[in-house]
Write a protein that binds this ligand. Structure first.
Ligand code: ADP
Ligand code: MG
Length: 267
């Protein structure tokens, strides 16, 4: 797929193929995919459930750990080969360069630990290039919680079950920003939430993108979300990136029949 007008790519995926061993053989979740995430934009990856979005994003995050799943292709981040990062480099890559809010990430919060302790654990586990004092950590956590429009005092002292779904998702967004990454990947960040909360969260994401100058990759099955939020979009269908480009152009002139079909779903 040809990509026009790219100023500066942050991530370049080329010919990526990912296969999962299943009972009947190998399931090809991503098939020779080419995909670019330009610096400083919100890029969406849209496609129906099972089309390969989470698998491709996990490979960018290097969250696919079983060796041999990636059977071909390359991923570069700021020009560096992501696949060949060693253990130490990988520790500095995750969270500090790229972070990911996984699908249903709120459920990953530890139910018996207060948010404050969970934030400190995240700092201690992932801060590699910059050491933070406890005071700096608390201050950053408070600022970020405030940024996602949560009351820091209340949230830091809460257990996860004391927060609503939308609040927990905003906590997860604050987590993803803790170490000031260049790229944040959000996997279906609002899927389980009501429409008003969804709109509220996209509003916050756009603000973060603009004011913190963070590149975002948004995975969604909802083309309406793409229209409202993204600058660029890749369309996945059965493991293939069938189309990629400017959101406006794609809405005006979808090239692939699947994309055209998808457009009909926009209200
Ligand atoms: P999406 O995020 O677009 O819904 P996924 O990337 O989760 O799609 O899945 C793509 C395909 O890979 C699906 O057929 C899914 O069942 C399969 N798949 C995903 N993860 C695994 C896994 N760990 N083991 C086996 N198959 C998987
Ligand atoms: Mg998914």
């Amino acid at each position: 797929m040809k990509e026009g007008n790219i100023i500066e790519p942050l991530v370049e995926v080329k010919g990526l193929t990912i296969e999962f061993p299943v009972r009947s053989g190998l399931l090809r979740a991503v098939n020779e995919a080419d995909f670019v995430i330009p610096k400083g934009k919100i890029t969406a990856l849209v496609g129906e459930s099972g089309s390969g979005k989470s698998t491709m994003a996990s490979a960018i995050m290097r969250a696919i750990t079983v060796p041999g799943l990636v059977s071909g292709g390359s991923i570069t981040f700021d020009g560096r080969d992501v696949m060949s990062l060693g253990k130490k480099e990988l520790q500095a890559y995750k969270w500090e360069q790229v972070s990911m809010v996984f699908q249903a990430a709120q459920n990953a919060l530890n139910p018996v630990v207060r948010i404050k302790e969970q934030i400190m654990e995240t700092f201690l586990a992932h801060a590699r290039s910059k050491p933070y004092t406890e005071k700096q950590m608390t201050e950053r956590a408070r600022n970020l919680l405030d940024y996602v429009r949560l009351d820091p005092d209340r949230v830091l002292n809460s257990f996860p079950h004391e927060l609503s779904g939308g609040m927990k998702q905003r906590v997860m967004i604050a987590f993803s920003l803790l170490l000031d990454p260049k790229l944040v990947i959000l996997d279906e960040p609002t899927t389980a939430l009501d429409v008003i909360t969804q709109a509220y969260i996209f509003d916050i994401l756009k603000k973060i993108h603009k004011e913190m100058n963070i590149t975002m990759l948004l995975l969604t099955h909802d083309i309406g979300v793409v229209a409202k939020t993204a600058d660029r979009v890749g369309v996945m269908y059965a493991g293939n990136v069938v189309e990629a480009g400017d959101v406006f152009d794609m809405f005006k002139r979808p090239k692939h029949p699947y994309t055209a079909k998808l457009m009909k779903a926009v209200p």
